[in-house]
Design a protein. Structure first.
Length: 116
């Protein structure tokens, strides 16, 4: 069923989902690393609680957006699970970014913000 879905079926993404998928676009990350990336990117404004983050991760994994990585670093803690974007997840985050770009263009056209 997942393979027949269109990325548009999951849009719009929630802001925190967009942030998590964007962080994973840079490569494999474990939960705490994702949390730190979001915290850094938002300059401390979004601090994901561990329970909330892992519920989101499980849901995004069930939706086929992310996958647990099988490759592990030899020097890493065995309890850490690394995640990466699935090919479907990459298509979804790309579609979301295009949707957001259109919103920015609308804001520019309506003179809500200056053109970049």
């Amino acid at each position: 069923m997942k393979s027949t879905r269109s990325p548009d079926d999951l849009l719009p993404l929630k802001p925190v989902e967009t942030l998590i998928l964007s962080m994973l676009a840079a490569g494999d990350r474990h939960g705490y690393g994702i949390r730190q990336d979001v915290l850094d990117h938002t300059r401390g404004k979004i601090e994901l609680e561990a329970g909330s983050l892992y519920r989101l991760i499980r849901r995004m994994e069930a939706e086929g957006l992310i996958e647990a990585s099988v490759a592990r670093r030899a020097d890493d803690d065995d309890r850490r699970i690394y995640y990466h974007l699935s090919s479907f997840g990459r298509r979804v985050i790309s579609a979301e970014m295009l949707r957001l770009r259109e919103l920015v263009r609308l804001a520019e056209d309506r003179r809500l913000i200056a053109r970049a």
